[in-house]
Design a protein around this ligand. Structure first.
Ligand SMILES: Nc1ncnc2c1ncn2[C@@H]1O[C@H](COP(=O)(O)OP(=O)(O)OP(=O)(O)O)[C@@H](O)[C@H]1O
Ligand SMILES: [Mg+2]
Length: 268
């Protein structure tokens, strides 16, 4: 099992869109995939139409149930969700007083290591305790960055957090790459930001996610883009990004946090 946090403390940059659509594309490629909704806004939960009427990730983090017990299936094969709710705000406060508080999600995830090939964690727009838990539980992080003015400035806080996590909590954490999102090829600004990303951050993914009405519509239909508009540019982009992600994961050093890493050969 490989675990990837999708993180950027800047709001509205495409974290949730990237998480759900990458997850759906990976599931389509045969990877048993779990989305962990680590954001109290619960946008990933609703974008996949996941049933949030039962237990939530909150209950698992507080140790009231095993993680497995809050996981729900989706309408798509090989794609499950650990749903979130506003309760997660309270969980963050309650966890704050606990010893080893940054390692709670990692502990919960180890029990599903045999069940999934890939776990994607949708982080909220903060660098608080939930995001730290996500990073500490992850083999790697990816950072969506919106192709707009000041995109790079926000990124430095995230890169600094990742460095601090590597130094103090989880030396093996890798920054797998930065994803340029909401790219509008007609604007000079989008072109400039994408070019700047490439020149400043060598791990920038080759795939660029275009700005697309289809991508913004899909969540309200509770469907990932590869189902809502399978031939759209957005669907093609997320399929391509999933391919790149799986290749990069298979190239990581072999000291994975969990057994059965993507690329270990045990996959169909
Ligand atoms: N490539 C895209 N083209 C068009 N709209 C997009 C694209 N990516 C995301 N959006 C839209 O932009 C908004 C923000 O995207 P999203 O929710 O994925 O960001 P986020 O980083 O998860 O936000 P938050 O920080 O609040 O969790 C949403 O309305 C989403 O539908
Ligand atoms: Mg989000």
């Amino acid at each position: 099992m490989s675990v990837v946090a999708v993180a950027n403390q800047k709001g509205g940059v495409g974290k949730t869109t990237t998480t759900v659509n990458l997850a759906a594309a990976a599931a389509e490629m045969g990877r048993r995939t779990l989305v962990i909704d680590a954001d109290a806004q619960a946008n990933a939960t609703s974008a996949l139409g996941a049933d949030a009427s039962g237990a939530h990730i909150y209950d698992a983090l507080l140790g009231e149930i095993p993680l497995k017990q809050c996981i729900v299936p989706t309408a798509w094969a090989a794609l499950d969700v650990a749903p979130s709710s506003m309760d997660l705000v309270a969980a963050e406060l309650e966890l704050a007083g606990q010893p080893q508080r940054e390692y709670v999600l990692r502990g919960a995830l180890s029990a599903v290591a045999e069940t999934y090939d890939l776990v994607l964690i949708d982080c909220g727009p903060s660098l608080g305790l939930m995001t730290l838990n996500a990073l500490v539980a992850s083999d790697a992080a990816i950072a969506p960055v919106q192709c707009e003015y000041l995109a790079l400035e926000g990124l430095s806080a995230l890169l600094e957090t990742i460095r601090r996590v590597q130094m103090h909590l989880h030396p093996g954490l890798q920054l797998l790459g930065v994803v340029a999102t909401m790219y509008d090829g007609r604007t000079r600004l989008s072109q400039d930001v994408a070019a700047q990303l490439r020149s400043h951050i060598s791990s920038t993914f080759d795939t660029i996610i275009p700005r697309s009405i289809r991508l913004s519509e899909a969540p309200s239909h509770q469907r990932p883009i590869i189902d809502y508009a399978p031939r759209s540019r957005g669907a093609e982009a997320y399929r391509e990004l999933a391919g790149e992600l799986l290749v990069r994961l298979s190239e990581l050093p072999s000291s994975s946090l969990y057994a059965n890493r993507v690329g270990d050969g045990a996959l169909t």
